[in-house]
Write a protein that binds this ligand. Structure first.
Ligand code: MN
Length: 289
C-alpha cells in the first residue's frame, strides 16, 4: 500500500497563556483556520505545567463561541466547564468534552475547585472542529466523554484511543457533524505504526512528546506533521516514547470567515455574530449561577 508523503513539520510555536489557567502552544501555527486543515480549525496543546495551590481556580472566564465545536482532551488534572445553555461538568485525565457551540453560547473554562486547591500538574489539548454551513445554527450541545467510554485499540507497542470516528471496526463515542477521526496514541520507542487513512481526508498528526521517524525524516521535537493527499496509509516509526494526536477528516470545501471566537462562512455572518454577542443573544451565565 502506498504511504502518504510527509509534506511539512511545523515546529511547536512559543506557548501563551489562555486566561491564567492554560499555557498553550497553537500547533497548527499558520495553517490554523485554513482550507488545508479543514474540517479542523486549530489545536492548542498545554504541556504538563505545575500550578501552585490556590483558592481561586485558574482559567478563563465567560466568553462566546459560534459556528464550530470545541473538543477538550484532559491529560493531567481536572477541568470544570459551565455554559449559557445550562451545561456544566468536570473532566479529568483521559476524559474528553465535545462541545457544539453551534448557534452560539457563552462558557467558562477553569481548573476544578479541587484541582486548584491541591495544585499540581495540568495538561490538556483543545481542538476546534468546524461545522458545515448547514449546521452552524445547530442548538448548543455538550457531550461528556469519559475515559471508560473511549475504546482502546492495542497496537502492540502502542495504544490508540478512538475518540471520534473509527479505527478499523472500532468506533469512537463522539457524535460529529462531518466525518472525522480523532485518535489519541501512546506509543513506545520501537513501535512501527501503519495508520489507515481514507481517500480525500486531510491528515494532521500532532506530536506532543517523544520522537518519530517518517519518510526517513526524524522529528524529535513537539510539533505538527502534515501529509500529502495520495496514499492509503501513514507509516511512522516511534524512536522515543511518544504521545500523538492523529486528526483526519473530509474537508468541508466551504468558505471560512474567522474572527476570534466566531467561525462562519462570510464576513457578514461574522459581523452579525459580533452584533448578536453584544446584544446578549448568545445567552448569559448568570442565569445558571
Ligand atoms: Mn472557550
Amino acid at each position: 500500500m502506498a504511504h502518504r508523503k510527509l509534506t511539512s513539520v511545523l515546529p511547536s510555536p512559543q506557548p501563551h497563556w489562555v486566561g491564567d489557567g492554560f499555557f498553550v502552544r497553537p500547533l497548527f501555527a499558520d495553517l490554523a483556520f485554513g482550507q488545508e486543515v479543514s474540517p479542523f480549525l486549530m489545536l492548542d496543546y498545554a504541556a504538563p505545567h505545575e500550578f501552585r495551590p490556590s483558592a481561586k481556580p485558574p482559567g478563563v472566564g465567560a466568553h462566546p463561541h459560534r459556528g464550530f465545536e470545541t473538543v477538550t482532551i484532559v491529560y493531567d488534572g481536572e477541568i470544570e466547564h459551565r455554559d449559557s445553555a445550562g451545561n456544566s461538568g468536570t473532566i479529568g485525565p483521559g476524559d474528553v468534552q465535545w462541545m457544539t457551540a453551534g448557534s452560539g453560547l457563552l462558557h467558562e473554562e477553569f481548573h476544578s475547585r479541587e484541582q486548584a486547591k491541591r495544585g499540581g500538574k495540568v495538561s490538556m489539548a483543545q481542538l476546534w472542529v468546524n461545522l458545515p454551513a448547514k449546521d452552524k445554527s445547530a442548538a448548543p450541545h455538550y457531550q461528556t466523554i469519559l475515559k471508560d467510554d473511549i475504546p482502546v485499540v492495542d497496537l502492540g507497542q502502542a495504544t490508540l484511543r478512538v475518540v471520534a470516528g473509527a479505527y478499523g471496526e472500532t468506533k469512537g463515542p463522539a457524535r460529529t457533524f462531518s466525518p472525522v477521526h480523532v485518535w489519541d496514541i501512546d506509543a513506545k520507542a520501537g513501535a512501527d505504526l501503519e495508520l489507515p487513512i481514507a481517500a480525500g481526508d486531510n491528515v494532521m498528526i500532532a506530536l506532543f512528546s517523544g520522537a518519530v521517524s517518517v519518510d526517513g525524516r526524524s522529528v524529535t521535537q513537539a510539533g505538527l506533521l502534515t501529509f500529502g493527499t495520495a496514499g492509503e496509509t501513514i507509516a511512522l516509526r516511534v524512536t522515543a516514547d511518544a504521545k500523538l494526536l492523529v486528526l483526519t477528516g473530509k474537508p468541508l470545501n466551504e468558505p471560512i470567515a474567522h474572527y476570534g471566537p466566531f467561525v462562519m462562512n462570510t464576513e457578514a455572518e461574522i459581523r452579525a455574530s459580533i452584533d448578536d454577542f453584544r446584544r446578549g443573544k448568545m445567552g448569559n451565565l448568570e442565569a445558571f449561577a
